[in-house]
Design a protein around this ligand. Sequence first.
Ligand code: DAH
Length: 330
Amino acid sequence: MEEWYKKIDGSSTVDELEQIRIAIFGKKGILAAEFAKMKSIAAQDRAGFAKELNEHKSSLMEQLRAKKEQLMLMKLQEDMEAEAIDVTLFSSMSQRGGLHPVMQVMDKIVEYFVSMNFSINTAKMIEDDFHNFEALNLPKYHPARDMQDTFYFKDEMLLRTHTSPVQIRTMMKEQPPIRMIAPGAVFRRDFDITHTPMFHQVEGLVVDDESVVSFANLKYILEDFLHYMFADVEVRFRPSFFPFTEPSAEVDISCIFCKGSGCRVCSQTGWLEVLGCGMVDQNVFDAVGYKNVSGYAFGLGVERFAMLIHHIGDLRSLFEGDIRLLEQFR
Ligand code: DAH
């Protein structure tokens, strides 16, 4: 019997152990053979013989069970090690993602103003009538409030049509000096090759003592900014109108496609309009309760910059999520 204990102990796989089990407990196994000897044993020795044999039987069974458990654990351990996945391994199949081209341009714009000491302010995209219109000197009858342009909710709530309400929220919360930009998404009921219902703007606002902030400051920073965004362009300021600024201007750059000689993109004018700006209207300061201050503000459309920088003809293509287009900007 001793040799069987040793065999069990020495087996190294579950299969080998199974063979040993059959050799011991099977119909033609050694135990069956031992029990068969009972018949030829003297009656008075039989009980002792059977007892000893039964003891072997149960201890062999117990040893088998314990050994099997041990071998299965070892096997599990081995399998887990063999199947382990090294998530840090390099794979040629993984695809690198990238920032959306509009966000890349947005980052570049924000980077410029941060380098010029502007802080970044944000606010919610769902606005009320007061912050989006009223406080910005856009009274009730103003055409910008038209249902054609604005997504309205009930109770005078709306999707902000521009980032200018962040000016109002900032001024009502903080005291001058203020030097901020507000990048973010804005919404208008528009859809054609240069308009999408959602697009992005970067707003700028600087407010300080009356003697400190002038139109010259505004002109300097926007010229510098546009030369940072577009190398080799001329910049011009054109008188314009915005309800929240007085005086107001629109800013053009010389056409980056035809260098000013006139082409389809610039409608033969040689100039491309890129942003709006002006000195903050006194009515806006009155609405937020500011006194004896002066300020300038500006606003620009990020998609417009992206279209110019990347020569994109149809703005809508940027928002279709087509990987073949987006891959080019990785
Ligand atoms: N809010 C204007 C728009 O959406 C853009 C703008 C123009 C913002 C002039 C300004 C500004 O702050 O001074 O068209």
